[in-house]
Design a protein around this ligand. Structure first.
Ligand code: PLP
Length: 457
């Protein structure tokens, strides 16, 4: 049968009730939370699109695997299952398990970066850049210009600009490695093409620069390559993923995304010497080298999730299909969103929506709060608050993208839930002139978006 739909390749076996609140309850909750959706209690949220991180629904096979976890302190059987899964699916020999993605970023940054180094990357990611700077390095953005333009429909907005990269290589600074993110989160879940991966790897190799993937969303990237890049139409997601990883020397992965578990992550490497250095730090910061930051059952469920995410192409087709369904509904109402619709969420252009607010009045923060107030749908800010301050002069970094992210957990919500979300975005859009700007009442020094508090101006 010719496939006509992205409909889910699973059915629901267990349900979790969610609470529908009144408008008065939501008014009180968002004020109490200082207009920061991160500070809301999940009990006060109806449809939670804060993040796709650690919010996936596990399969019956994964729940079964939890019971098979080996909790031995050293040499756990579950660790070896995880090593095998990473070798088979990603193709990396050396596995360093961590409590989540940032644990892997910390260790990678510490073993490779010396003070004064420059680390190019295809757009920053919050925790990744933090760990690069914490190790004494400086991040340099080498993503193509289209990535900064919400309305550009370039099919591979995650691509590295090879000219920008060459200019950096010719510059005075030492470059230990290039940090290459698949399906770039901050650009709106936008993919890198296989051709760009190949060319970037070649260029780096000629100059003795390592390529380290942030492969957190590499499966979603593989799906877009299959859909959009000539020559990959009939290649399986599993094969495309292996090829993506072949153009790198290692990867950090937050297993809370593609890998379909609620906690976990890893650093994967090819070079055994580098892996030895990483393990020496692992025991100090995370845990023994055969569990890192995870329990045996976490590793068992993760090994199962890694195999499941590529076992059929239907899994990722349904995952991205649901995101595209929501995005297309919102787009039809005339609301400006990042295009093409990304792999893990819909990104509303808050700057274009709230044109009456200057960026220093935090339009995306205000819009996320307004959507919550309307319907109990929780999204999050990805704009000037997330970008933080410039360490050099303390001013707000003013990113070109000022977005509200509606991120879809994997295998959690239904199509009817997506209709509720689209209707709420539409209602706030109609009433957008009434949304007021915000100012800080509390601003943390690092990763401020997590805990900052605001009041309406
Ligand atoms: C989530 C994420 C991370 C950080 O991973 P955690 O598991 O949250 O520590 C790093 N990079 C990207 C692209 C991510 O999406």
């Amino acid at each position: 049968m010719e496939r006509r739909s992205w409909a889910e390749p699973y059915k629901i076996k267990m349900v979790e009730p969610i609470r529908i609140t009144t408008r008065a309850e939501r008014e009180a909750a968002i004020t109490e939370a200082g207009f920061n959706t991160f500070l809301l209690k999940s009990e006060d949220v109806y449809i939670d699109l804060l993040t796709d991180s650690g919010t996936s629904a596990m399969s019956d096979a994964q729940w079964g695997a939890l019971m098979m976890g080996d909790e031995s302190y050293a040499g756990s059987r579950s660790f070896y299952h995880l090593v095998d899964a990473v070798r088979d699916v990603y193709g990396y020999e050396e596995l360093i398990p961590t409590h989540q993605g940032r644990g892997a970023e910390h260790i990678l940054s510490q073993i490779l970066i010396k003070p004064g180094d420059v680390i190019p990357g295809n757009m920053y990611f919050t925790t990744t850049r933090f760990h690069q700077e914490y190790a004494g390095g400086t991040f340099a953005d080498v993503i193509i210009e289209e990535a900064h333009l919400p309305a550009s429909t370039h099919p591979f907005k995650g691509n590295v600009d090879l000219e920008k990269l060459r200019a950096l290589i010719d510059g005075p600074d030492r470059i230990p490695y290039l940090s290459l993110e698949t399906n770039v989160n901050m650009a709106g879940g936008q993919p890198v093409s296989m051709q760009n991966l190949r060319e970037t790897y070649e260029l780096c190799r000629t100059h003795g620069i390592l390529v380290m993937l942030d492969a957190t969303r590499a499966v979603e990237n593989a799906y877009f390559i299959q859909q959009r890049e000539a020559g990959y139409e009939t290649t399986s997601i599993a094969e495309i993923l292996r090829e993506i990883c072949s153009y790198s020397d290692g990867a950090t992965v937050s297993s809370k995304k593609d890998n379909l578990v609620n906690i976990g992550g890893f650093l994967a490497l090819r070079d055994p010497d580098l892996a030895r250095k990483a393990r020496a730090l692992l025991v100090a910061f995370e845990g023994l080298h055969t569990y890192g930051g995870m329990s045996g059952r976490d590793m068992e469920a993760l090994a199962t999730g890694i195999r499941e995410m590529v076992a059929t192409d239907d899994h990722v087709r349904a995952r991205v299909g649901q995101v595209e369904y929501l995005g297309n509904r919102i787009l039809k109402m005339g609301v400006p969103i990042v295009q093409p619709i990304g792999g893990h969420g819909v990104f509303i252009d808050a700057a274009m929506t709230l044109m009456h607010l200057d960026q220093e009045l935090f339009p995306a923060q205000a819009l996320a709060a307004a959507i919550y107030r309307d319907s109990g749908v929780r999204g999050m800010e990805r704009g000037i608050v997330s970008a933080g301050r410039d360490p050099a002069d303390g001013s707000n970094r003013r990113p070109q993208l000022e977005l509200v992210r509606l991120t879809l957990p994997r295998r959690v919500y239904t199509q009817a839930h997506m209709d509720v979300v689209a209707e709420s975005v539409g209602a706030v859009w109609e009433d957008r002139d009434s949304v007021r700007g915000l100012r800080f009442t509390y601003e943390p020094d690092e990763l401020r978006f997590f805990q900052a508090r605001f009041e309406e101006v």
